[in-house]
Design a protein around this ligand. Structure first.
Ligand code: 4AD
Ligand code: MG
Length: 477
């Protein structure tokens, strides 16, 4: 007998067909109705027990969380809320679940509680919906790039360079931590380490991707990245997934176009393919909003927000214009910003980004041409000598979702920058080679995948959109 999944059966009209289905009990009521879920859809299938085929012992073991194999016939449902149900002819208990111990009871649990039970939270409607949407987004990302002529590039996870120059890296070493070999000056001798040099988990695949963009033309990476920044916020993880396209011969305008088109296309894909899950998540958000003060409630529903992003142009604004807007803004004048904006050159905090997006422009914003000294070394210097061809895409509720730039393709200018930042040129010899041999303008960006999942699902905390979040003091599971 073919084993169907719940999603297939709910679509089926082959009534009176004998079917087998396996899944986990969500609820069991009146000793008769089992709501069974197998993860294939947010919906459960109702299985109606026929007492003649069931023993007392079996009935006792049908508890929330138990794994069952059910045989029965598919029938048109008499009850409300479902079109089909299974009239059970046989139940096999595959795995019991002790109701006194199973943490995921059929009631509302707090997200904090579920975070502590991350190994089981996938069995709730919220987390199964989030993870199915995450999976669909991941597929849409690959589909978008592959159908637009990009090659997927696997860049290394262990690297010897700090692409962002922020020094927020996790070291990779096999040296004896208690008794490492030392240089004469007392520093650790990494020449004796596994790779014969200091290495760390990558913060970005960009530098390696650039070298392949200068060979394959259009490439993208989609892999894990690691940052040892001690940011305990709802938008930072120590381990997150980043998508980094890199395109030879693209300038900054092309790069902005690509980021906008890319985001809109992947959102369209999930709107088309994750209807049930998104509708559930939209309802969840409405419920959650009810417990918030009116000023913090969303003006748009989740689906309206997604459609709004798809249907509207992202507003493109230079850093200099943005600073003017912020300087003259009400919250700045009323000293409501934690970091007041007084002068050109300061880095923008998420309170500023969110003001621009949510209050001022009321749409996604692409800020470009940032001051050189608040951005990474590889960004192309503008003619003014003080700004670089950087771009950040800012989203409502999220702040920065994309960071990118046109890269500095001029060897002499790049070398100057590296020197000024005190980076050893020898460390980056291979990167500089791309500027020596057939250099050309090129651009790329990085999109934080979890921030995209957050935006798409409406989840407030980034730790709730990755199966097992890694954050300061948090690496259970
Ligand atoms: O702006 P970032 O640091 O840019 C880069 O790493 C470039 N090398 C990308 C490139 O041009 N190829 O990071 C890119 C994006 C951010 O906009 C944000 O969405 C996400 O990565 N991000 C994080 N997401 C979760 N947790 C963190 N700690 C993050 N740090 C950055
Ligand atoms: Mg950034």
């Amino acid at each position: 007998m073919k084993r169907y999944n719940v999603a297939e059966l709910l679509q089926s009209e082959d009534f009176l067909q004998e079917v087998t289905i396996k899944g986990w009990v969500r609820t069991f009521r009146s000793n008769r109705f089992i709501a069974l879920n197998d993860g294939s859809t947010i919906k459960n299938i109702q299985c109606v027990i026929d007492f003649e085929n069931t023993t007392e012992d079996i009935l006792k073991r049908i508890t929330t969380g138990a794994a069952l194999a059910i045989k029965g016939t598919l029938e048109e449902s008499q009850g409300k809320g479902q079109t089909v149900e299974i009239k059970v002819t046989n139940i096999e208990i595959l795995g019991d679940s002790n109701p006194d111990e199973y943490p995921i009871q059929p009631k509302k649990h707090s997200l904090e509680f579920l975070r502590e039970n991350a190994h089981l939270r996938g069995r709730t409607n919220t987390f199964s919906a989030v993870m199915r949407v995450r999976s669909a987004l991941s597929f849409a990302v690959h589909q978008y790039f592959v159908s637009n002529g990009f090659y997927n590039l696997h860049t290394p996870i262990i690297t010897g360079s700090d692409a962002e120059g922020a020094g927020e890296m996790f070291r990779v070493s096999t040296l004896d931590q208690k008794n490492p070999p030392l240089n004469e000056d007392g520093t650790i001798d990494y020449k004796q380490d596994f790779f014969g040099k200091e290495t760390n988990l990558t913060v970005s695949g960009q530098l390696e991707a650039e070298t392949y963009a200068m060979a394959l033309g259009k490439v993208y990476t989609f892999g894990p990245t690691f940052r040892a920044e001690n940011s305990n916020t709802s938008r930072h993880l120590a381990e997150f997934w980043m998508i980094e396209p890199e395109v030879a011969f693209n300038n900054l305008d092309d790069n902005m176009d690509l980021s906008e088109d890319f985001i809109k296309e992947v959102l369209k894909y999930v709107l088309e393919n994750c209807k049930d899950d998104l509708e559930f998540l939209a309802q969840r958000l409405i419920q959650e909003d009810k417990s918030k003060p009116a000023a913090q409630r969303s003006e748009m529903s989740l689906l309206e927000k997604l459609n709004f992003v798809i249907d509207n142009n992202f507003k493109r604004v230079s850093y200099t214009e943005a600073i003017e807007i912020l300087r003259n803004s009400k919250p700045n004048k009323k000293k409501k910003f934690k970091y007041p904006i007084n002068e050109w050159g300061v880095d923008l905090q998420s309170e500023h980004e969110r003001f621009l997006v949510e209050k001022h422009f009321k749409c996604p914003v692409i800020l470009f041409d940032y001051p050189a000294n608040i951005k990474a070394f590889y960004m192309r210097l503008n003619e003014d000598g003080k700004t670089v061809r950087a771009m950040d895409v800012l989203f409502p509720g999220i702040g920065e979702i994309v960071g990118g730039s046109q890269r500095e393709e001029r060897l002499d200018v790049l070398k100057e920058k590296i020197k000024a930042l005190g980076i050893d040129e020898k460390e980056l010899w291979w990167y500089l080679d791309t500027r020596k041999f057939g250099t050309a303008i090129h651009s790329g960006f990085g999109l934080g995948f979890e921030r995209l999942v957050q935006f798409t699902t409406g989840m407030g905390n980034i730790r709730d959109v990755i199966p097992f979040p890694r954050a300061p003091l948090s690496a259970e599971f």
